[in-house]
Write a protein that binds this ligand. Structure first.
Ligand code: ZN
Length: 134
């Protein structure tokens, strides 16, 4: 058998949790669908051109659909990926994604492979002709 005091305390606890839950959820729900990640202009790579790319005017990044130049696949370059590319990787502000994830990886592997072959060639040459010999 619960006393009236206990019941009131339980009710109060329930109400408080519900209030906390609704408060913490609201701002995210309101912002998420409209705005992408905000643009931090100070972090962008410097560029000498007049004017600014559209995302700087807008103030935030939006998802950009594009078609891969290698395989023709449709992919989305997300706002988060753009923020990383421009502000962390310091990509030039007028460059955009042109290859899908898979083709990008293939290209990276190809250039890593050719670099490896190139370096191996240099090493072979150096071994054939030791420094100082004629
Ligand atoms: Zn592709």
């Amino acid at each position: 058998m619960k006393s009236g005091k206990q019941k009131r305390a339980e009710l109060r606890a329930k109400r408080t949790t519900a209030e906390i839950r609704s408060h913490s959820k609201q701002p995210e729900v309101r912002l998420r669908p409209v705005l992408g990640p905000p643009v931090n202009e100070a972090l962008l790579a410097p560029n000498n051109s007049y004017g600014a790319p559209d995302f700087v005017h807008r103030g935030y990044y939006v998802d950009r659909p594009f078609r891969c130049v290698d395989c023709g696949k449709e992919e989305v370059w997300t706002g988060t990926q753009q923020k990383w590319w421009y502000e962390v990787a310091k990509g030039f502000v007028y460059t955009t994604a042109i290859r899908c994830r898979l083709c990008r990886r293939k290209k990276r592997e190809r250039s890593a492979e050719s670099r490896r072959v190139h370096l191996a060639g240099l090493e072979r040459k150096a071994r054939r002709k030791p420094e100082g010999s004629k």
